[in-house]
Design a protein around this ligand. Sequence first.
Ligand SMILES: C[S@@+](CC[C@H](N)C(=O)[O-])C[C@H]1O[C@@H](n2cnc3c(N)ncnc32)[C@H](O)[C@@H]1O
Length: 335
Amino acid sequence: MAQREKADRHVPVMRDRCIKLLTLGVQNIRADGHRPVVIDATLGMGGHAEAMLEADREVSVLGLDRDPQAHELAAARLAPYGDRFRGIHTVYDRVDEVAVEELQSDQRVAGVLLDLGVSSLQLDEASRGFAYSYDAPLDMRMDASADSPDESVAELLAHIEAPELSRILREYGEERFAGRIAKAIVTRRETTPFTTTADLAAVVDRSVPAASKRTGGHPAKRTFQALRIAVNEELEVLSRTIPHAMDAVAPGGRIVAMSYHSLEDRIVKQAFARRTKSSAPAGLPVELEEHKPTFTSLTRGAELPDETEIAENPRAASAKLRAVEKLMDPRRTQA
Ligand SMILES: C[S@@+](CC[C@H](N)C(=O)[O-])C[C@H]1O[C@@H](n2cnc3c(N)ncnc32)[C@H](O)[C@@H]1O
């Protein structure tokens, strides 16, 4: 199936819930006399962006993505919305700068959407090297353009020391056999450098004891996830991004974040908690203005997709959605 066709058919994760949450942010901004702009910080194939543009005929959407291929597909899909949509090729930690650069004086950021991780486009495009199930050059950069500052997995594996590699596999992949795999990789590269996904998958497969291969999917799954997170610096970038998104959004505006593994979810949860809870030191008799929370949580813990959605789209199974709204007193907040 052509990529364009796939993009059009792809149903975004927890789409209706995301759009409902963002729409109330849009209404808050409008009630305040400003023109609302929603920033889709993870544009991907443009599925959530399209649903937002459809849900409110006057909202504008700025779509950020570090992947040039995502922009090509999303631009074609969202062309019918004319200048209500604009794509910006950037890493999402610049979300606050983009808002300053792009918004007109009567516009405010009504929402920021973060649908984290890799897109089905990236996973399905064998040549990008994200999947252990296809043989392809060992790349995994979300931005693999000629001027990308990022290093490919093949480049990383050519020089990384075994202890650092082991740490990456353990922390980002929760890999039990991190030490063994790291050692096997470093030993193997002394004779032949790694260039393909199949090559790496085979070395990982040989380093994992047979008894533990019976559960937990393909033995290379966790190694591939860990290396992808490392070369794209996903966790460092995300840690910077949530506070920037919280700065960018206007009072009454909302942030909706969906994560797909516990490391991402922890970063989102902690960053949201820092501004939804009072920062007053324990025992202070009166809460000072500067210690008061500036956001309120719209979700109790994390929301999960329902079983019907998971049955139709297995990728949704690990999604966890959290949302917050910037406070604007006096206001009643609806979830
Ligand atoms: C799960 S997909 C988004 C799918 C999208 N919501 C849709 O409906 O098609 C995540 C996207 O975020 C992008 N992305 C991941 N990390 C990024 C970062 N640090 N900066 C900008 N884009 C990023 C990926 O390139 C990918 O296209």
